[in-house]
Design a protein around this ligand. Sequence first.
Ligand SMILES: CC(C)(COP(=O)(O)OP(=O)(O)OC[C@H]1O[C@@H](n2cnc3c(N)ncnc32)[C@H](O)[C@@H]1OP(=O)(O)O)[C@@H](O)C(=O)NCCC(=O)NCCS
Length: 151
Amino acid sequence: MPRDAIHIRKLTSDDLAAVTRIDEKITGQERKDLWAKRLDAYEGIRPPWACLVAEYDGRVVGFVFGWTSGWEFGIRGEVGWIDIIGVDPVYRGKGIGRALLEAFIENAQERRGIEQIFTLVDPDDAEINQFFASLGFTPGKMKHMQKRIVP
Ligand SMILES: CC(C)(COP(=O)(O)OP(=O)(O)OC[C@H]1O[C@@H](n2cnc3c(N)ncnc32)[C@H](O)[C@@H]1OP(=O)(O)O)[C@@H](O)C(=O)NCCC(=O)NCCS
């Protein structure tokens, strides 16, 4: 697929059905209510440039959801975060995930002067690890901590 066939644009509330459809293909779960709530919440608190969709042939085939932090988690300086990325399985391996991340990174740099992008990945998920590695991500120093609060 030529890269110019991929169009990256900001997410709008009209993308709910497409995002839900792609999420369902990835997770096997139909979660329209969850995504409706999520998109509503994102509208108020996330910079619009940080939530993007990829179109191919006028069809939404991927999305990335990101945000920025100021001093959260003890990190000094503003950092860009990627929390969800998803590409329709039919359209994978064509540069869509890369195009989404590159657009997010360009926005973060140009609009906020951000110098670092963080994400969390499941160490057992080879696909997502290799994807981020291909885009130049390397393991960072932050430590993930958790506590189980039910027996
Ligand atoms: C990971 C994912 C976003 C990749 O999307 P994609 O459009 O297929 O990725 P691209 O075609 O842009 O590939 C970009 C790079 O990642 C690498 N890559 C992508 N998928 C890969 C895989 N399964 N295994 C190894 N490398 C992979 C490619 O080789 C490519 O490297 P290159 O540009 O240096 O050649 C997609 O597979 C996906 O949505 N997976 C499910 C993600 C998920 O579980 N999300 C929820 C939690 S965040």
